[in-house]
Design a protein around this ligand. Structure first.
Ligand SMILES: [Zn+2]
Length: 119
């Protein structure tokens, strides 16, 4: 999935776009939002980064967390940001294996998401 980078975090497309609109309405958008070299991702979300931001040492979820527009909701009402569909590094695979051993709903999701890996 295409993701946005903003304030040192990754966001799903919908949240990234929403943040851009909010900042634009608040008059905080850079002069040339389409010239991404003209501003820092700490000021305004940059887009789009393919494949969930690329390989990572852990599964990436939208930085908006429970407020994510595409949040994943568990039966107990707990919400996490949308999964960004990133690939895993060797460390990432180890991280997910460990999480699955420890159990929990998020780990079960990761086991499904990353079923192509030997977990
Ligand atoms: Zn989101």
């Amino acid at each position: 999935m295409l993701v946005y980078i903003y304030a040192a975090d990754l966001f799903c497309s919908d949240c990234g776009e929403a943040i851009r609109q909010q900042l634009t309405r608040a008059g905080m958008a850079p002069e040339a939002p389409d010239d991404q070299r003209s501003y820092d991702s700490g000021e305004f979300p940059k887009r789009p980064y393919p494949d969930g931001g690329g390989e990572s040492d852990l599964p990436q979820h939208c930085g908006a967390g429970a407020d994510c527009m595409n949040a994943i909701e568990f039966p107990d009402g707990c919400r996490v940001g949308a999964w960004l569909e990133n690939e895993l590094t060797a460390d990432g695979v180890e991280y997910v294996r460990e999480a699955i051993r420890e159990g929990g709903e998020v780990a079960e999701l990761w086991a499904e998401f990353y079923c192509d890996y030997e977990l």
